[in-house]
Design a protein around this ligand. Structure first.
Ligand code: GRF
Length: 205
């Protein structure tokens, strides 16, 4: 089977993007990262992607003066021009409209630094500490129109210790992210996880 063509969408440093690029170097990996798109021209991840020999593009939302549809149409055109099969959001800090999400229904993943459905949105590490939860982690899920609410593909967690701070948690959760995102993309690219099957457990009742 031919490898799935993947675009990674970033806004920042791109460490998850790098983890995906590294994983995709393996001969038997079912996906190749063919494009990295940033909505911010200054994103550090762009240079990392170029260094890895990956095509990069900038679709700067600020150039569209708040016209989300125009921004997303340009992004969509770019993805189609590169014949993208799957999108991985990796620290991509723009909310996508239902129009875009529907166009990529079942073909777009996101990584979130918390154990969804807990702590959707921002500042997840701070909120986990404030809530006093004993475990915290990261989740890869399919993107649906509602933010951070799509079916879960992969998830892993760590125990929160007494000495943990927002910074130590962020670092430990990031290690989880780098491990589970390549695993989740592999499952989706191989057809072993889909929008219909994700988030469900098979079993007898
Ligand atoms: C990660 O923690 C990701 O889960 C969150 O934003 C951060 C991006 O980090 N959505 P990086 O750009 O992948 O290094």
């Amino acid at each position: 089977m031919s490898k799935k063509r993947v675009a990674v969408l970033i806004s920042g440093r791109g460490s998850n993007m790098t983890a995906l690029i590294e994983a995709a170097k393996a001969k038997d990996y079912p996906a190749e990262i063919v494009l990295v798109v940033s909505n911010r021209p200054e994103a550090l991840g762009l240079a990392r992607a170029r260094d890895a020999g990956i095509n990069t593009a900038i679709v700067d939302h600020a150039q569209f003066g708040g016209d989300r549809q125009a921004f997303e149409r340009t992004l969509d055109d770019k993805l189609r021009a590169h014949r993208i099969d799957l999108i991985c959001l990796a620290g991509f800090m723009r909310l996508l409209t239902p129009w875009f999400v529907t166009r990529w229904n079942g073909r777009m993943l996101n990584i979130h630094p918390a154990l969804l459905p807990q702590f959707k949105g921002l500042h997840t590490h701070r909120r986990a500490l404030a809530a006093g939860v004993k475990r915290h982690g990261a989740t890869v899920h399919f993107v649906v129109p509602e933010m951070d609410a799509g079916p879960i593909v992969a998830q892993d967690s760590i125990a929160i210790g007494d000495g943990d701070t927002e910074e130590t948690l962020a670092a430990r959760v990031l290690e989880i992210e780098h491990r589970i995102y390549p695993r989740a993309l592999r499952m989706v690219a191989e057809g072993r996880a889909s929008l219909a099957s994700a988030g469900k457990h098979e079993g007898t009742r």
